[in-house]
Design a protein around this ligand. Sequence first.
Ligand code: SAM
Ligand code: SF4
Length: 335
Amino acid sequence: MMENNFPLQDSFGREHNYLRISITEHCNLRCSYCMPEEGIALTPKSHLMTADEIIHIAKTFLSHGVSKIRLTGGEPLVRKDAKEIILQLGKLGVDLTITTNGILVPNFIETFKEAGIKTINISIDSLVKEKFNKITRRNYFDTVFENIDLLLEEGFKVKLNVVLIKEFNDNEILDFISLTKHKNIQIRFIEFMPFNGNHWDKSKLVSYAEVMETIQSEYAFSEIERLTDAPNDTAKNFKIKSHLGSFAIISSVTNPFCSTCNRIRLTADGKLKNCLFSNSETSLLETLRAGESIIPLIQQNLLSKKAVRGGMDDDQKFQNPDLFSKNRSMIAIGG
Ligand code: SAM
Ligand code: SF4
């Protein structure tokens, strides 16, 4: 059915060379935009990918054109064999990155270096301790802040993911920009997206246009530099010219970037999702465990990929809870 080394192409000609692997559904935070307060029904351990299965599936993707892998979760660093997984993936010569809430970073500095990880994305939604602790429903603000500095001292490139929510942290946009003045970090403002159980509604969204408006209220047009976006970048990148760091806006809701999408996602229970917003999933794990080839399944999954946001191609569909609540909570997808 399939030639070896086929590019992972969908029916719109998009080539998928970027695999995001969730290695756990567990987390040491409880961010309200990511998971329901009562938690999620966790998959039994026997239905989750083992380290060997993760490496096997990763190798299959690498031999068919994937060149970048991001580890995510849940919180990837809470998994007991996270070090082993990171080190083994590091040996495969892939561009390896990770998204983490940063809490356990000090235990992994050497592992990251040995695996060749250069860039780390850390999620932090407020620079105010009480607000951070409120949205994460835990008490780790100081730890996360110290660990961001630790990563910078250790020479990593650090990107900070900030999910913007109206009347929660939209008044901190300029404070986050100020952070880029002396720290060489990238702030990534992310539009709040709808998932099962996260109480999304459009009135809580802070749009790309609103973020720019706020920044322009403080900085003259001539002070803001539009940077060149990397190919397939989901973010629009900018910089205040006199600042060391930069900022970016990810506008999946108001300005989706689906036409250049190169991503495919593997959940911790071994299901392939061709889009963050797609309800349909393909289990690779069952087939792998049955000793059969997973390649035809990968191809079928990609060929069923919709043009825009898992088929939620207009505002009305996107805002329809009947549609987005059929999807998993973000914590079980791997953002
Ligand atoms: N635990 C890690 C962390 O928080 O960085 C990795 C997993 S987390 C699901 C990955 C990213 O998804 C985080 O940057 C988080 O802010 C983002 N995220 C979660 N829920 C979101 C939502 N409803 N809208 C936009 N981004 C979301
Ligand atoms: Fe955990 Fe990350 Fe979700 Fe927060 S955003 S609950 S840290 S998985």
